[in-house]
Write a protein that binds this ligand. Structure first.
Ligand code: ZN
Length: 432
């Protein structure tokens, strides 16, 4: 019988702390020695590698950001001689230049192992057939899913995104058992499978999906349409190797992340101080063995929170929640930090409304006012609107501890754009 290898380490708290401290010391010394950018940044703070004596010293290190990647274009943060770089990947910058990240051979090997851990936590074996429907080339996604699959020992079916007919043909002919895609691609495939009545011809059991916001409703929908046993939210970003920096386990309560390979801090984006364990804040990452483009306190702008308790699956690696939004979208409302994702999460409990909403902030007589406009579910009539709005206001007040006004609109009434939808309109300054 085929043996499925193990990649997920079992580390005691002491072992993990020791690994993190050694990695932190190594990273600061490596970046200081190899990168003029990091040397200058550390010099500015009056810091030298020898100053890092304990994990608490992490908080003394300066932050890095997407802007530093832009300014260092084309090979930002480079901390090794160029001859040691074996590959680059890039992500699209939302404005201007791409973010380019370099990899040494060792970086690629670490990434493969990280990704192999993902397949292991999702419960795959070497007998699984893994159809990879994400972007190849400059993007990290395709090669990450494929290299990890090969390292793990399952069979990779590398298709790339789109190509609906080919996807369906390979899903049926090759009896693919695991789909790797974005949530919206899984939904698209699911709807096509239903339309063509192919569900009984599929052998799919799992889907590993990531890289974009999804709602529980959307997830249940594609799980059901594709006849899946379960699906797994995978984490990752180009700056931090690529996808595969963490994944849900079969308990489906948060994302285990590889704390032996990078340190995750959750900080208040307004003050950059650590939030209390379990509170929402910005994810800030420091790599522990990344050679070509190491990250020191890199501000991801993604919001999440740590899940402090231990997981039912038995895996000792810590967990964070799914991505709850972007720190740029944080609202400070009557002294409370609020994220649009928290409000959207309340909507999940109300089937009478859709997922389209907009938050408008104004100031009236010196007092902040929040108006939440949300669309009624298509097909329903307006009769229940006042009662639904009242119930939603009460639920938001209970969950987030702020008073708001909810207004329910007709389906399609809110503006739609092709780019990222603007969820928050902050007009408080205008009112003076
Ligand atoms: Zn778990």
């Amino acid at each position: 019988m085929a043996q499925t290898p193990r990649f997920v380490p079992d580390l005691s708290a002491e072992d993990l702390a020791r690994t993190q401290l050694n990695g932190l010391k190594w990273t600061v010394a490596h970046a200081f020695a190899g990168s003029p950018f990091y040397r200058e940044r550390l010099n500015d703070e009056g810091l030298e590698p020898g100053d890092i004596k304990g994990l608490d010293d992490l908080g003394r290190l300066p932050f890095t950001s997407a802007n530093d990647l832009k300014e260092g274009y084309p090979l930002p943060l480079l901390s090794v001689p160029q001859q040691d770089v074996v590959r680059i990947h890039a992500s699209s910058g939302t404005t201007g230049k791409r973010k380019v990240l370099s990899y040494t051979q060792k970086d690629i090997e670490v990434w493969k192992d990280m990704f192999a851990r993902c397949y292991e936590l999702a419960g795959l074996t070497v007998l699984d057939r893994v159809q990879i429907c994400v972007g190849y080339g400059l993007w990290t996604a395709g090669s990450g899913f494929q290299l990890g699959c090969e390292r793990f020992g399952a069979m990779a079916v590398p298709v790339g995104p789109g190509l609906l007919d080919i996807q369906l043909q390979l899903l049926t002919d090759l009896a693919t058992t695991c789909l790797c895609s974005t949530a919206s691609m899984a939904l698209l495939l699911g709807e096509e499978v239903e339309r063509q009545g192919l569900r009984d011809k599929l052998a799919l059991k799992k889907c590993i999906f990531g890289s974009e916001a999804h709602t529980p409703k959307m997830r249940r929908r594609f799980e059901q349409a594709l006849g899946l046993d379960e699906s797994f939210d995978i984490a990752g970003m180009t700056e931090l190797y690529g996808p595969g920096t963490g994944i849900e386990c079969q308990a489906h309560e948060g994302i285990h992340y590889w704390a032996d390979l990078y340190i995750l801090e959750i900080l208040d984006p307004a003050t950059m101080a650590p939030v209390a364990p379990g509170e929402v804040g910005e994810m800030v990452v420091t790599t522990l063995c990344k050679e070509a483009s190491p990250l020191i306190r890199y501000r991801t702008r993604d919001l999440s929170r740590l899940l402090p308790s231990s997981c039912a699956c038995g895996c000792s690696l810590p967990r964070h929640d799914k991505i709850l939004g972007r720190s740029d979208d944080m609202i400070i409302f009557r002294g409370v930090n609020i994220y649009p994702g928290q409000i959207a999460a309340v909507f999940e409990k109300f089937p009478a409304v859709s997922s389209e909403y907009q938050i408008q902030l104004t100031r009236e007589q010196g007092l902040d006012h929040m108006l939440i406009q949300v669309e009624r579910r298509p097909g329903d009539t307006a009769g229940q609107d006042p009662a639904t709005a009242k119930a939603m206001e009460a639920e938001i007040s209970k969950q987030i501890l702020v008073r708001t006004e909810v207004r329910i609109l007709d389906p399609g009434e809110l503006p739609r754009t092709f780019s990222k939808t603007r969820r928050v309109l902050d007009e408080r300054d205008k009112d003076g």
